[in-house]
Design a protein around this ligand. Structure first.
Ligand SMILES: Cc1cc2nc3c(=O)[nH]c(=O)nc-3n(C[C@H](O)[C@H](O)[C@H](O)COP(=O)(O)OP(=O)(O)OC[C@H]3O[C@@H](n4cnc5c(N)ncnc54)[C@H](O)[C@@H]3O)c2cc1C
Length: 159
């Protein structure tokens, strides 16, 4: 099965989808092949310490009902937990060099990233404290987030 679309410019001619599994048995079977399933499969299969076989079961290779297709595709670093900040940074770096990270295959599209910020607003002291604490965590992880005062926002965005 191949994905179909009116706009075929994104299509890849890769023999990745098959109606029947290639092997009789698998070490890992992943149910759902959208972003989580595909990433899990790819990272597992590309790990040199993993010697097993991976099967991804996906009934809809067009991903028409998957959340992945509906996503805004934003990768942020505004998290309270350092691990999540680092995951966001890793994801951005991975997508920035997508083709290279997937082995350099020319059939893999280069993905473009548009950089713009998230603006978290607070209207009370308690939330401001939480945002300040989170921002310190993000800064320690090397994220470029910063606190901005109301006047600074008004000056930067006068509309
Ligand atoms: C409107 C919207 C905007 C979003 N924006 C962002 C964003 O900007 N940034 C961000 O990080 N996250 C965003 N998200 C969240 C993000 O899209 C999801 O967290 C992510 O796509 C979930 O991926 P998934 O692979 O777990 O699930 P899904 O993408 O939903 O994929 C599940 C897959 O499992 C398959 N499946 C289901 N049942 C079975 C079955 N029984 N057997 C086999 N296969 C099955 C489905 O066909 C589907 O392909 C957004 C979500 C939505 C809805």
């Amino acid at each position: 099965m191949k994905p179909t679309s009116k706009d075929s410019s994104w299509e890849m001619d890769l023999p990745v989808f098959s109606a029947t599994p290639k092997h009789e048995a698998y070490d890992v079977v992943i149910i759902g092949g959208a972003t989580m399933g595909a990433c899990t499969a790819w990272f597992l299969a590309s790990n040199p310490d993993f010697k097993g076989k991976v099967l991804v079961v996906e009934p809809d290779p067009t991903f028409s009902k998957a959340q992945t297709g509906a996503s805004n595709n934003c990768m942020r670093q505004q998290f309270a937990n350092p691990i999540n900040v680092k995951i966001g940074q890793y994801a951005a770096e991975f997508v920035r060099n997508f083709r290279e990270n997937l082995g350099g295959d020319p059939n893999v599209p280069e993905l473009s990233i548009r950089n713009f910020g998230y603006l978290y607003l607070s209207d009370n002291a308690d939330l401001t404290k939480v945002l300040q604490r989170d921002q310190s965590v993000q800064e320690e992880c090397g994220a470029g987030t910063r606190m901005v005062a109301p006047q600074e926002i008004a000056d930067a965005y006068p509309f």
